[in-house]
Design a binder for this molecule. Structure first.
Ligand code: GNR
Ligand code: NI
Length: 173
């Protein structure tokens, strides 16, 4: 298993629409395992393949207190959505920033599991937030797209500076 590198906003790879997964094979299951390891290491409650540079419709989530309820979703689709709720969202690709985002509050999602079997799941509360946040990643969207241009630009400049500083550090090490 391996901890993968997480891309940060405004990396253009985070803006691609990810491709559906055609076959769920051992290589896909290895990627899923590595994504779980990366998510737990971060630590985070979800991770989408585009965040680790993989342009596939695949995401992993664990919103449990004990980090013992891993959920993998392949080619996920929201099939019903009701209500509205706002939640203070963060993102491993936008480290250090949190902003209120309003989304549907109760959803039903359909996806394939790690064995390629279709399943459906009802989600509310944090799980509903996280499923929608991760599906956004698969569509090249980030939570910063829901906030003001001014706030987004500020976040972008801060993260660009941090990235530059990291590159310098790496070059001189
Ligand atoms: O770890 C995460 N926490 C979080 C908190 C509120 C709303 C959404 C999230 S998802 C985030 C991990 C992540 O960036 N997944 O893409
Ligand atoms: Ni995210």
């Amino acid at each position: 298993m391996a901890v993968l590198n997480i891309l940060h906003f405004p990396d253009p790879k985070l803006r691609r629409v990810a491709e559906p997964v055609e076959v769920v094979d051992d290589a896909m299951r290895e990627l899923i395992d590595n994504m779980f390891e990366t998510m737990y290491d971060a630590p985070g409650i979800g991770l989408a393949a585009p965040q680790v540079g993989v342009n596939k419709r695949l995401m992993v989530i664990d919103v449990s207190e004990e980090s013992d309820q891993p959920l993998a979703f392949i080619n996920p689709e929201v099939i019903t959505a009701e209500g509205k709720k706002s939640y203070d969202e963060g993102c491993l690709s936008v480290p250090g920033f949190y902003e209120k985002v309003t989304r549907p509050d109760v959803i039903r999602v359909r996806a394939l599991d790690r064995n390629g079997e279709q399943f459906e799941m009802d989600a509310d509360d944090l799980l509903a937030v996280c499923v929608q946040h991760e599906i956004d990643h698969l569509d090249g969207k980030l939570f910063v797209d829901y906030i003001s241009n001014l706030k987004r630009q500020r976040i972008k400049r801060t993260l660009e500076k941090e990235e530059k500083a990291r590159l310098k550090q790496t070059a001189s090490a």
